[in-house]
Design a protein around this ligand. Sequence first.
Ligand SMILES: NC(=O)c1ccc[n+]([C@@H]2O[C@H](COP(=O)([O-])OP(=O)(O)OC[C@H]3O[C@@H](n4cnc5c(N)ncnc54)[C@H](O)[C@@H]3O)[C@@H](O)[C@H]2O)c1
Length: 255
Amino acid sequence: MMIDLSGKVALVTGAASAGGLGFAAAHVMARQGAALFLTDIDGDAVAARAAELRDKGFQAQAMEHDVTDEAAWDMVMEAIVAAYDRLDIGVNNAGIAVLRPMSAMTMEDWRRQLSINLDSVYLGTKAVLDQMRRQGQGGSIINMSSVAGLVGVEGTSAYAASKGGVRLFSKTVALEAAPENIRVNTVHPGMIWTDMQKVAIADNKEVFDQIIAAVPMRRMGEPADIGAMVAFLASDDAKYITGAEFIVDGGMVAQ
Ligand SMILES: NC(=O)c1ccc[n+]([C@@H]2O[C@H](COP(=O)([O-])OP(=O)(O)OC[C@H]3O[C@@H](n4cnc5c(N)ncnc54)[C@H](O)[C@@H]3O)[C@@H](O)[C@H]2O)c1
């Protein structure tokens, strides 16, 4: 099976991080023929990522965008339609990890985490869904959750709440949008080697070793492992898949 995304237009949020999951997903989808619209709160970096894709001969544009800013979502959708006339794939990937035990959590931490990881997915799904409905030709929305949205992971209370929220929010919207052939699914990465993990582990070799020991495959995943899953869900090969969750974790939550 060869995933074919030719003629499709994809939005990916949080796509500025060079070694991150958003850019990896964008890169895989571009290789399969999609035209990309990348956004990120880091405008310079996301412009650089789009330029890298264009240098490889792919279609890509970028825009600075804070996913928590409701009004800015209208501007993103207008820019996508101005650039490509349509939108077929929406990947709500932007996120941060506020990792603290409950004893160290503040209300401010909680709100920041829920705002960037969950409010953003609500806003992004709503904006993309409205556009897909106007087009009337279906579509695929992929929301980035986590293994922490499936099982408890110590020290991740707010992050887990945000990712568990993404999971059930997505299933519910999938039911509402299914008659219009708009599919909504979640991807649940395990430990994938990106800036987020580098920050979380912060050179602490002991913690790193513990984490790896907890992964049945005894290694971290690569961003492209997530990119491949996103590209599949974006494609027409996944045309009967909606409201479902896709775990890419080297076996972590099978335990
Ligand atoms: N790396 C992992 O192991 C892992 C595991 C499970 C889930 N995830 C999820 O995957 C997604 C991507 O994570 P990553 O590992 O690539 O992280 P990353 O830190 O490499 O990339 C995240 C990107 O999001 C952007 N961003 C942050 N706040 C934003 C905002 N308000 N508006 C727009 N953009 C914003 C950042 O600038 C960055 O480019 C996140 O939702 C994360 O929770 C990652």
